[in-house]
Every structure is written in C-alpha cells, then in structure tokens.
Design a protein around this ligand. Sequence first.
Ligand SMILES: [Zn+2]
Length: 108
Amino acid sequence: MEQTKLAEYKNKLEQERLRLMSEIKQSEKPQNFGDDVDEFEEKTDEAEEIGNQMAIAKDLKKRLDEIDIALSKIRNGNYGLCEKCGAKIEEDILSLSPEAPLCKACRV
Ligand SMILES: [Zn+2]
C-alpha cells in the first residue's frame, strides 16, 4: 500500500479512536437517578435507560478494539490484509471503514 494512503488511514483511525474514547467516557458517567424513586414507572424507565447505555458502551468498546488492532497492524506493517484469507482488503472498504479486518469475499 502507498505510504500516503497508509498515512491517511492511520490519521482517520486515530481521529476515530479519540472520538470513541470521549464517547465511552460520556456513556460511563454516573447517572442522576433523581430523588423520587418511589414511582414505579420512573424506575422502569431508568432501568431501561441504563440497559441501553450499557449496550451502547459495549458497541463503542468493540469498535475501539477493532481500531486498536488496525493501528497495531499499521505499526507491524501488515495493515490492509484480510485476517481470513490474507488477500489485500479492497480500498473502497478501507476508505469507508479503515478498521475493517476482512476483504469483500470474507465479509459475506
Ligand atoms: Zn479475505
């Protein structure tokens, strides 16, 4: 892969990484449960809300992991190769999601 392309993807990954870190921080902030917890309805809403937030945080962390893996591949010089078959990952995939670990054929 061209060095300029590689630098571009690396830059994208680093930007995305920073964005995710701040989103994760945001989603892990302690929630304000309010004072009137004796209302059943409200309790249910809050439980649901917390469940949603945990799911979101989990997704964010998974994405962060993928980005970390991609960045370590750049450092090791094997970035852009499919994890399954070892072929080059198509540029149109990488330009959309530079952390993609699989080529088109293996994604299906
Ligand atoms: Zn593949």
